[in-house]
Design a protein around this ligand. Structure first.
Ligand code: SF4
Ligand code: SF4
Length: 243
């Protein structure tokens, strides 16, 4: 369940099924849902937050995120750190201060997406109805496909799905017990892109880890490709494959 890392509950929406929902500043509940949630920040979320905030990945990690371990899988999970009042640190009176680069969980809400690895990847969308969320009373018919397009979710889902093979790796048996060095490798390969770029830019990186020099050069020039390189580097670290 890569989108949340948690068990999901809610009413399943069939493909093409119509629901009615709208979220806008005119609602009395506006901004109230950006609080009291320990939202997961996935690798592509951090890539986009870093871009939107104009910060280094290390700065985003230190200022806005906290580390947790998923109780079921054992995987390290990063979550948005809440302020003392329990609010997301990125919420402003006018709404999300990083709206164009907000995480997938924020875009997907008030739905949730659960996935199973493929190929092809299987996905299920669920309604996450809460009485305080007045958007469900608005007259705006939508399908899941409309919502995904409206919220700009496609690149997030594609990037998250590209990591499924790592999270559900065939060499993984049950809950992983990560050692501190392995947690560091997860953060380095999937989240701290600036630091991983320094590693990948070293002259011996290609021969040492068995990556084609051209692939490494392309990854150094584009964050999205660097994340995929980080994924494959991490697979070598955790599961001793390739190289
Ligand atoms: S309508 Fe729902 S999602 Fe939108 S601000 Fe209100 S509580 Fe949040
Ligand atoms: S990142 Fe933006 S949309 Fe998401 S909880 Fe924070 S303020 Fe709300």
């Amino acid at each position: 369940m890569i989108e949340t890392g948690e068990q999901l509950a809610g009413q399943r929406l069939a493909p093409g099924q119509v629901f009615s929902f709208a979220c806008h500043p005119g609602l009395a509940c506006f901004n109230t849902c950006c609080a009291n949630k320990r939202l997961p920040v996935l690798p592509y979320d951090l890539l986009r937050l870093r871009r939107g905030l104009g910060l280094k990945s290390q700065e985003v990690l230190e200022r806005h995120l906290e580390l947790d371990l998923d109780p079921v899988s054992g995987w390290p999970v990063l979550r948005l750190k809440l302020d003392q009042e329990g609010r997301c640190p990125l919420v402003s009176p006018a709404g999300c201060a990083v709206y164009a680069h907000r995480p997938a969980a924020c875009r997907t809400y008030p739905l949730a997406r659960a996935v199973a690895p493929g190929p092809p990847v299987k996905e299920v969308f669920l309604r996450q109805e809460a009485p305080a969320c007045l958007g469900w009373q608005e007259d705006r018919p939508l399908t899941v496909g409309d919502w995904v397009a409206d919220q700009g979710l496609e690149p997030y889902q594609a990037a998250n799905d590209a990591l499924l093979g790592l999270f559900f790796h065939p060499r993984r048996r049950g809950r992983l017990e990560f050692q501190p060095a392995q947690i560091h490798a997860v953060i380095l390969g999937l989240y701290n892109l600036d630091l991983f770029r320094s590693l990948a830019g070293q002259a011996d990186f290609s021969p040492r880890f068995g990556f084609a020099p051209q692939r490494v050069q392309e990854a150094l020039a584009r964050d999205e490709d660097l994340l995929l390189l980080g994924r494959d580097w991490l697979e070598r670290q955790l599961f001793a494959v390739g190289g």
